[in-house]
Design a protein around this ligand. Structure first.
Ligand code: PMP
Length: 333
């Protein structure tokens, strides 16, 4: 009989697929790493299991404990999935930007959800970070993984995501492109790929227009609608020595590409995946035929049916009219 002993054994080992339609006019090979094929539907399953293992080993998380975490949804799903199997209670603090479908998913996995305003800065007492910290302190047996400071995140990508890409491309990858939320994906995967290639692999960070990562200056921070990526501070999990380049992408461009991935490539993924692909195509357009560009697609699009894939929402946010133009712009580079 061939079966996994538990759902956590099915995390990672995600495949690469070549993009064939959105890459028109590009000579280099552009591959997408499909993280929506993890059991919880996102790349965050990877860090969830490693973070919980480490917290159990250090004694920070004990039987009967409660996991409290600020999360835009995906880390919550990963943590809830693991917590459930091991008997922990989960309380997740989400900003009001997170789509209702995604909150429903967290609740479906048995987690409790607390909503906080997104219009306040990270150090404000009502921010999702501050509220989560307070709840973790006040709850007996409370443990906050704090994905923005937990080095198990980047380590998890160094141990799994990086080697998977290196092996699956037979060491031929030349460019790695990904968005950064905590920065764990970019830092851990990028570090591994650079080490494996003697520094040859170039790491490109796809970043929403308005995020501090690519703006560099807090005064240029602005709001954007792509979820899970970009930041208004530099977390510990983001290793600034890894990226070689940043590609700033507008919401309209990210969302237009997200829709194209569903319609042309059969990949129903979230907005940060569209953003990563826009950056990957910009990168690939300049490269020769033997270049191999790998873009990491972090999550499934099923959590965004009422947003990116909904014309009314897209119009209400001013992304639809722009989207056509952005599509054309993305096409011609
Ligand atoms: N995309 C989505 C949808 C996410 O939820 C996240 C994680 N916040 C990322 C991208 C970025 O991953 P990382 O935290 O490893 O930088």
């Amino acid at each position: 009989m061939r079966f996994a002993n538990s759902v956590t054994d099915l995390i990672g080992g995600t495949p690469l697929v070549r993009l064939n339609s959105v890459t028109e006019g590009i000579e280099a090979t552009v591959l997408a790493k499909l993280e929506f094929l993890n059991p919880g539907g996102s790349v965050k399953d990877r860090i969830a299991v490693d973070i919980i293992d480490a917290a159990e080993a250090s004694g920070e998380l004990a039987p009967g404990g409660t996991i409290v975490e600020p999360t835009s949804g995906n880390t919550g799903i990963g943590l809830a999935l693991v917590a459930q199997l091991r008997g922990y209670r989960c309380v997740f603090v989400c900003s009001d930007k997170v789509a209702p479908e995604r909150l429903a998913v967290l609740r479906a996995y048995g987690a409790e959800v607390v909503i906080t305003p997104s219009a306040v800065s990270a150090d404000h007492p009502d921010s999702y970070l501050s509220v989560a910290r307070r709840l973790a302190e006040e709850t007996p047996g409370g443990y906050m993984p704090n994905q923005f400071a937990n080095m198990q995140g980047p380590l998890s990508h160094y141990a799994t995501t990086g080697p998977e890409i290196w092996q699956d491309t037979d060491g031929r990858i030349t460019h790695f492109v990904a968005g950064a939320g905590t920065g764990g994906t970019v830092s851990g995967t990028g570090r591994y790929l650079k080490a494996a290639s003697d520094g040859c692999v170039q790491v490109v960070v796809a970043d929403p227009h308005g995020s501090l990562y690519s703006a560099g200056d807090p005064s240029e921070h602005a709001a954007y609608d792509v979820e899970g990526v970009g930041m208004d501070f530099f977390p510990d999990t983001f290793d600034r020595s890894i990226p070689d380049r940043y590609e700033t992408v507008d919401d309209a461009e990210s969302f237009a590409m997200t829709r194209r991935l569903a319609r042309e490539e059969g990949l129903l993924v979230g907005g940060s995946s569209g953003m990563a692909v826009v950056a990957a195509l910009r990168t690939a357009r300049e490269l020769p035929a033997d270049a191999v560009v790998v873009a990491l697609l972090p999550d499934t699009g099923r959590g965004y049916l009422g947003k990116v894939f909904d014309d009314d929402w897209m119009r209400s946010r001013g992304h639809l009219a722009d989207a056509t133009g952005a599509e054309a712009a993305a096409d011609t580079g």
